[in-house]
Design a protein around this ligand. Structure first.
Ligand code: PLP
Length: 400
């Protein structure tokens, strides 16, 4: 019998990390690979944030802190939710963890009993279903087709709710599609949720600040304040502030759940890095102008890739509101044949063809629960994106 727990055996290593590894392997073998599989801004952490961290080290902020965040950082998060989202939380309703990932996982582990269901709209961020499984829950995926902008509709939500439903997870703007929920759309979801008081809502707003074309961000507790008692509003500094390596995420929510998350964290990792918390404090209280400047660069890259990919016969891609991903359909490539005679049967086959023949690393849609699509990240420099799109075009043209 295996040495590994049955819980762990039910879980896959992250497919985005798997593709990043394959790309690294091919590079070591001397191949020129453009990596578009990773969800990470290519910008540096802004200088005022780096300086705040350096100052914190010099000031001796190098010891244990309160388990789920320093009082200063929690106060800054309360203020962020008030200022940007119109949400009023007290500091005992805030939890800070080691990345958004830990905060989401803490919340699931702190609330799920064996067999509890979690509604996960697909395409989903790869970690949700596996986090649910690790916590003993059952992910209930709901397909959200392209016609619906890959978003969960109110009727689909209603149909998925059972007496065992514990959470529904919303992610806006979405990884992998970049599509976000409007306030009106959230209103319709809230109306359904008001009928089912046993359902909690986990909203992952990690990409809130990355948005384009004047698209307006909204979050569900703001749209329906009656849901405040059962919404966990999750966010973090990783993406907006180019701080993926610092590992700080946070959430606002009902005090009982926040307290349980702190208990769990106290028995696992304890506080997130003290230095990173000082950096996150500077991020949330410092200048924000750079966000608009970086968004303008992201928007140009999005438009460049969108127009290049949409000109390729066999691909089609919707225009996302936010985040830094494109999620093109490769339905038109399925059934075609590679120059070496192998047939493209799935999106994974197409993505493997791209990495082997075009030297472009992407992630298949099936990893996110919806096929046949693939995800590319446009958080890399314009020249490389241009080259990547040209290589995808040329490789696609070699399929018959
Ligand atoms: N939520 C979504 C939707 C993400 O895409 C990511 C990162 O890829 C995270 C959460 C996790 O962010 P962090 O790096 O802060 O753990």
């Amino acid at each position: 019998s295996s040495r590994l727990s049955s819980r762990l055996q039910a879980v896959q290593p992250s497919p985005t990390i798997a593709m990043t590894r394959l790309a690294a392997q091919l590079r070591r073998d001397g191949k020129d690979i453009i990596g578009l599989s990773q969800g990470e801004p290519d910008f540096d952490t802004p200088v005022h944030i780096r300086q705040a961290a350096a100052a914190a080290i010099e000031a001796g902020q190098t010891r244990y802190t309160d388990v789920d965040g320093t009082p200063e950082l929690k106060a800054a998060i309360v203020e962020k939710f008030r200022r940007e989202n119109g949400l009023s939380y007290e500091t005992n309703q805030i939890s800070v963890g080691t990345g958004g990932k830990q905060v989401l996982y803490n919340a699931l582990l702190a609330t799920l009993d064996e067999g509890d269901e979690v509604i996960v709209p697909a395409p989903y961020w790869v970690s949700y279903p596996d986090m649910v499984r690790l916590a003993g829950g059952v992910p209930v995926t709901v397909s959200c087709p392209e016609e619906d902008d890959f978003l969960l509709t109110a009727p689909a939500l209603r149909a998925a709710i059972t007496p065992r439903t514990k959470w529904v997870i919303l992610n806006s703007p979405s990884n992998p599609t970049g599509m976000g929920y409007s306030a009106a759309h959230l209103r319709a979801l809230a109306d359904v949720l008001l009928e089912f008081p046993h359902v909690l809502v986990m909203t992952d707003d990690m990409y809130e600040h990355l948005r384009y074309d004047g698209w307006e961000f909204a979050t569900i507790a703001q749209v329906e304040p009656k849901l405040m008692e059962r919404v966990l509003t999750c966010n973090g500094v990783s993406k907006a502030f180019s701080m993926t390596g610092w590992r700080i995420g946070y959430a606002g929510g009902p005090a009982d759940i926040i307290k349980a998350m702190a208990t769990l964290q106290s028995q696992s990792t304890s506080n997130p890095s003290s230095v990173s918390q000082a950096a996150a404090l500077a991020a949330l209280t410092g200048p924000m102008e750079f966000l608009a400047e970086r968004n303008e660069i992201f928007r140009q890259r999005r438009d460049l890739c969108l127009s290049a990919l949409n000109q390729i016969e066999g691909l089609s891609c919707v225009r996302p509101n936010g985040a830094f991903y494109l999620f093109p359909s490769c339905a038109g490539m399925i059934g075609r044949t590679r120059p070496d005679g192998r047939r493209i049967e799935t999106d994974t086959d197409f993505v493997m063809y791209l990495v082997e023949e075009a030297g472009v690393a992407a992630v298949p849609g099936s990893a996110f629960g919806l096929a046949p699509y693939f995800r590319i990240s446009f958080a890399t420099d314009t020249e490389r994106l241009r080259t990547a799109c040209e290589r995808i075009r040329a490789a696609s043209a070699r399929l018959t």
